[in-house]
Design a protein around this ligand. Sequence first.
Ligand SMILES: NC(=O)c1ccc[n+]([C@@H]2O[C@H](COP(=O)([O-])OP(=O)(O)OC[C@H]3O[C@@H](n4cnc5c(N)ncnc54)[C@H](O)[C@@H]3O)[C@@H](O)[C@H]2O)c1
Length: 333
Amino acid sequence: MSRKPRVVVTDYIEPDLDWEAGEVERCGADFVLHQLKFRPENEVIEAVRDAEVIVVNMVKMTADVIDQLAHCRRIIRHGAGYDNVDVAACTARGIPLAYCPDYCVDEVAEQAIALIFASARQVPQSRKILDDAVATGRWDFSPLAKGYRMAGKTLGIIGCGRIGSKVFLKMRHFGFREILVCDPYLRPERLDELGITVVPREKVFREADYITVHTPLTDETRHLVNRDTLAMMKPTAYLVNTSRGPMVDHEALAEALRNKVIAGAAIDVYGTEPPEKTYPLLNLEGAILTPHVSWYSEDAAWAIRRKIVEDIRLALEGKPPRYCVNEEVLTGN
Ligand SMILES: NC(=O)c1ccc[n+]([C@@H]2O[C@H](COP(=O)([O-])OP(=O)(O)OC[C@H]3O[C@@H](n4cnc5c(N)ncnc54)[C@H](O)[C@@H]3O)[C@@H](O)[C@H]2O)c1
């Protein structure tokens, strides 16, 4: 008798996956759970070797792991990014890599907007002033950095896909003089839909008072915020990054903040995660830091659970994924 297909989860962040287990078992498959984040590669290989479907959160799916897979029909990355999976190795083995870019679009846009407002209104810095006032019994606003009215200023959006365009649509109502969008890959129909024209990246760096980055991590976007582009920015400007850490040269950004080249930065994503104790923006005045939490809301956390189960069901039924990183595996091109 042939065995049931096996769905293996390498690691997860939910308190439990009881709901998923019931759903997958209803599809006629075994559901096997692991917590292999930070575990050695040989343990990962042992856990996934016989799986038909693999769901991976943070565990690194290296070429060495992928080369050992005996029956794998699909790898599903639990999340929007997939930098921890070797895509070329998946493609070489003919394994479609599914991912989930559509569960937290509003959340990330809202986080970017929250960080723009927190920067402009100096929200985290103000708490220290309040605490000092409670301790001394008098207000002292002298530690407040110079801040400016947001209305009438210029917003810059780099990358105008799912999340960047949400930021654009939500921020149209906040009284900016201009919203500059840089995205060389937007289709003309999409430009028409949004009613925008795009501008070169340099114009955004030179003219925007708030710049928010929403590009994918590619060779072209790695360190797109660097010493040179920071030097183009206004000394009163703020940078917000909720996309991927390597989009920013964090050493150069720290230097720019220390030397008042720009007014501030709000960062949700880091080169290594979590950032190390030596991360140069820790304790730097003018830096607002959040722990890669833009994706989170209870709504998004449940949305991704439902979408991953749907992705598992599609894989077990031999149907194409909702979103596939290496489409060529499906089309055979
Ligand atoms: N912090 C979080 O919790 C979190 C959660 C989800 C997604 N993200 C990240 O947010 C980013 C955006 O995600 P998305 O779903 O909007 O992606 P998307 O693919 O829908 O949009 C990205 C846009 O960037 C554009 N782009 C590509 N290269 C560019 C370049 N060199 N210059 C300007 N624009 C360029 C593309 O044309 C596209 O329109 C990704 O990096 C993703 O990993 C972060």
